[in-house]
Design a binder for this molecule. Structure first.
Ligand code: PLP
Length: 438
């Protein structure tokens, strides 16, 4: 297998983790010691969901063993302790992205966060939220701009908002190297644009999008910016204030945390002017038989009993990532990503989608094996203990643009080593011969 090094100009400034550190980190993740189909597990599916270190598993268990209670309403000791742990986690997660605690709304995942914004805006279009929410009202003639590389989670909620309000959905096309066609973006984002929603990093292509440029185009148009940070917040330092986005979403399960918890970041003045999405208990000040007044953010968006142990454990995950160093994680994954792409590109009959080797990308690569369906590829690799994702990765329009129905994706995280990548590449080299494809 060729030895691949990331070109110096693409290497993030901080010293990367290395194989020794990644091997030490692996010891914190019980599942990574498992055997799968008689082979040591090679886990290359963190883009879908990441694994959990023992401290995160223990944080959740400890919550149930020592502090389990509903938050905010109880006068008893456990309820106070649970509330403290829940709110401490909010402070930690806010600090991780440079947001104030009241700008962090707990959701069940990124998908819910995106729906929350879209449905809140469609409630504003119905007149909910009064004059404060007028600025969120969309109607015929208004435009919502997304990109052709979006995960369905950052596409369908905007289709729905367009349907409900009469607004028009437009999208920035993708070029052949998996980048956005920025000259088109400049034409598409204009005075009719009210929302620009895009992913920071693509879950299929690995492309890192130019947030600053897109934000400045949106600002010029007076549009709100919604950032899908699912593939960036877990993998690189993200400062929502420096990026100046209005909203950002990410999922806990992709950043060493449990499933069932996600985050919507929103600028405080916007969140406090937006009508709620879900309504019910815990988000009100006063209720009569025909009317309700709502709490300020974030509680106004946290109806019903919350995902408390999950939030607490996500706080522990954030501690773990912070101690390891996000810049170092990003630098390491960039190296692993380049090794993946260069290795794949050197195998006959493999087409890698997204930026070619040597160009910036996050630590994942999706590819097509000529003549072999991605599901067969996935099974072949699984037989050797290698876990990857196959299919359209919730990005059907992007696959259509690439002229493919599906791809296979290998995605890395801080616990992956160069041995993982090399084992994977060696296995991929055997796919076409195994299936008898010439
Ligand atoms: C870029 C991107 N956006 C959104 C999502 C949706 O995340 P979740 O299913 O956790 O809501 C994913 C998950 O794969 C993703 O990669």
């Amino acid at each position: 297998m060729p030895v691949v090094t990331t070109p110096a100009n693409l290497r993030p400034a901080a010293a990367a983790l290395d194989d020794n550190e990644a091997r030490r980190i692996r010891n914190d993740f019980p599942v990574l010691g498992e055997q799968v189909n008689g082979h040591p597990l090679v886990y290359l599916d963190s883009g879908a969901t990441s694994q959990n270190p023992t401290c995160v598993l223990e944080a959740e268990q400890e919550f149930y063993e020592q502090r389990n209670s509903a938050v905010h309403r109880g006068a008893h000791t456990l309820a106070v302790a649970a509330t403290e742990a829940f709110e401490d986690a909010r402070v930690k997660v806010g600090g991780f992205i440079n947001a104030q605690p009241d700008e962090v709304v707990w959701t069940s995942n990124a998908t819910e966060g995106l729906n929350l914004v879209a449905y809140s805006f469609s409630n504003a279009a119905l007149g909910r939220g009064g004059s404060a929410a007028e600025k969120f009202r969309l109607g015929a003639g208004d435009e919502i701009v997304v990109t052709e590389m979006e995960h369905h989670a950052n596409l369908i909620p905007w289709q729905e908002l367009a349907f409900r309000t009469g607004a028009t959905l437009r999208w920035i096309p993708v070029d052949d190297d998996g980048g956005l066609r920025l000259e088109e973006a400049e034409k598409i984002i204009g005075e009719r644009t009210r929302i620009v929603a895009f992913s920071h990093a693509s879950n299929v292509l690995g492309t890192i999008n130019p947030v600053n440029l897109l934000v400045s185009l949106a600002r010029r148009a007076g549009a709100y910016v919604v950032l899908d940070a699912c593939q960036s917040v877990p993998h690189m330092p993200v400062d929502v204030k420096a990026l100046d986005v209005d909203f950002a979403v990410f999922s806990g399960h992709k950043m060493l945390g449990p499933t069932g918890i996600g985050v919507l970041y929103g600028k405080s003045d916007l969140l406090n002017a937006m009508p709620p999405f879900l309504t019910g208990g815990s988000m009100i000040t006063t209720v009569t038989m025909d009317h309700a007044e709502y709490l300020p953010a974030p509680q106004r968006f946290e109806a019903g009993t919350q995902r408390i142990s999950q939030a607490v454990a996500l706080g522990t995950a954030v501690d773990y990532l912070t101690e390891t160093g996000m810049s170092r994680i990003h630098a390491w994954e960039s190296e692993l990503g380049q090794r993946l792409v260069e290795g794949l590109e050197s195998i006959q009959g493999i087409r890698v989608v997204g930026p070619p080797a040597g160009m910036e990308r996050i630590g994942l690569a999706s590819f097509d094996v000529q003549g072999v369906h991605s599901h067969d590829v996935g099974q072949f690799l699984d037989d050797q203990g290698i876990a990857v994702r196959v299919g359209h990765h919730c990005a059907q329009p992007l696959h259509r643009r690439l002229g493919l129905v599906s791809t296979t994706r290998a995605s890395t995280y801080l616990y992956n080593t160069t041995e993982d990548i090399d084992a994977f590449l060696a296995a991929v080299a055997g796919i076409r011969p195994f299936f008898g494809v010439k």
